[in-house]
Design a protein around this ligand. Sequence first.
Ligand code: ADP
Ligand code: ZN
Length: 718
Amino acid sequence: MYYYHIALNIPIGLLTYAYSEPLPEGRRVLVPFRGRQALGVVWAAGITPDIAVEKILTVAKVFDEEPLLPESWRALVDFAARYYHYPVGQTVFAALPQALREAKAVAVPQPEMLYRLNHRGLSDEPPARAPKQRALWQALHQACSQDALKKVHPQAVTLLKEWLQRGNIETVQAALPPIPPPVHDLNAEQRAAVADIVGAQGCFQAFVLHGITGSGKTEVYFEAAAHMLRQGKQVLFMLPEINLTPQLLQRLQQRFPEVPLAVLHSQTAAGQRSKDYLRALLGQAKLIIGTRLSVFTPLPELGLLIVDEEHDGSFKQDSELRYHARDLAVWRAYQADCPIVLGSATPSLESWHKVRSGSYRLLLLPNRAHSQAQPPQIHILDTRRMTLEHGIAPQLLQMLQNNRAQGGLSLVYLNRRGFAPALFCGDCGHTFGCPNCSAKTVLHQRIRQLRCHHCGFRQPVPHACPDCGNQDLTAVGQGTQRIEETLRRLLPEARIARVDRDSVSGRHDWQHLYRDIADNRVDILIGTQMLAKGHDFARLNLVIVVNADGSLYSSDFRAVEHLFAELMQVSGRAGRAESRGQVWIQTRLPEHPIFAAVRNQNYPLFADSQLKEREDFGLPPYIFQAAVRADAASAETVQHSLQNVKNLLAPALPDKLHQFGPAPMLLTRLEGRERAQLFLESGDRKAVHRAASLWLAALRDNAPHGMRYHVDIDPQEM
Ligand code: ADP
Ligand code: ZN
């Protein structure tokens, strides 16, 4: 008998099974588990069992027709499991597409064949009265795919079969597809960026490609990808779900018409996704485009990774296996000895920090690629001494009115992030920070308290501003829900379209909206983040941001970073075509440094000042964090158990580790459960991982019945 560790979709980890024959690692098998047959993956062979061998069950079925899950993929899964403190078996299943998780064999996709006439075929010309057949015959002088032949003759498949039987045709393996040159001549900066990326071929190097929207980043990705594809390499191109638009797919198809593509995102039909996954695994698919989940695609010939909009929050998964696809992508590049490009108009501060410390290389595209397109003009409107109409300044209403009269399209942008209610002084701008840490406190109206969601500090709501004595303290995050009604009432002639997850979701809805806009049936769009990304509206020339301030009072230290990214992104929507776009941002904190940077569209200025602040306050990326989160039916249970374990562990934890909390989560109550969290922080990454392991072990032993918990490494949510 041979013994194996098999990965199953269970939290207890790997189980030992026996089989009478040698099995390779990475093989899918069926094993008996709790009275049924469960799918597993051979994770380690040649095991010396540490339990009595007569108790070890036997593998029931081996899917030996299927390709193995390759070693590089298993190493990735092992790393993700270890790094994110998640059971290996469950990580395996999170990384596999549906069909490969099921307990039955999958169809193995066949490599695409090309067909061409052999000697016999060349002399067997179809008669002149069959011109279409002749055209097909003519085409077959060169090696062609079935798809290409179908375009020549609708019955190509039938005829091909006939001619194959007649012995007139030979098959050849698909060669490297030809890739046409770029549509535009790349400008000097684009060429330099491509040269740097291509120059790193065969070595690990991370690049940050920084350029505003429209600066030509996508063309750089395409050109670098083309180079790698011509070498027979595979390219993984990751982007946020919302950026995977029909426009982009069309652009890809134009640039890489014959390259075998795989498109992997959550909306891809399960069957297609599994097939594409296998095509990638077998090296048949060369260009793999997908959202965060595509980071787990097995890629034996990986030559380049691209992460577009690398700062985007959707690369982080916030359930089950809580991974960051951008970070795993960098790990993959390292593992595969290849370059990776992280592109953004507003790189994450984590990536920018690595640029400044010299481990990532910066590639800059300083201008818009389109010579006519000018960057938008950004204005900051100080509303401190203004009377607003339900949150909008009168002159902005006037602008909306005028723009409509002149046939322009306007966007009223609502920032929905960072809306934990906070208290501030409308006179002097004082905000209420926690005395123990660098976080701002959150206003809990019902119990009249300010609370720190980082360390748990609490105090009653003060009656006056400690700085200036003003007794009229204001809560932010209010008065914007009614923007749409206000606009409809004040601008009755304007045709207003609201764009959010409820009103526009499917592709069909987008097409509808595009048509309405193209046909001039919309004057004003009202929307949130959804509108900031990916979608281009040529006529859009005025953007108004009414409630940016919420983020500046947020208890989440990342809120300012996110706001900057959003403001840059939404500004980029204005005037992508000919006319210069105007952007107006109203604020009661005009002196906040973010606005100078936004007005000048100066990301480095912003990023460097934010990094300085993060360093001063001891925040990521200068320290490492893990969040321990728990929820239960009662708040006391959660608080109490976390506090218990905290005390219990204190003596065992590494010296350089700090524990903050437990504190309630921003969204304290969700689906009837009370949620709390605790932060593990240290300048030493290993200390955080060690503490996370200790916490998980202690919770396993001590968590009360009915309490759920998890650890989130490098948490993004506060
Ligand atoms: P980004 O990805 O940075 O938003 P894109 O690559 O999409 O920028 O380029 C923006 C627009 O400029 C696109 O319409 C693109 O076709 C065009 N473009 C890109 N590079 C060039 C170039 N070198 N010359 C002319 N137009 C270009
Ligand atoms: Zn605090």
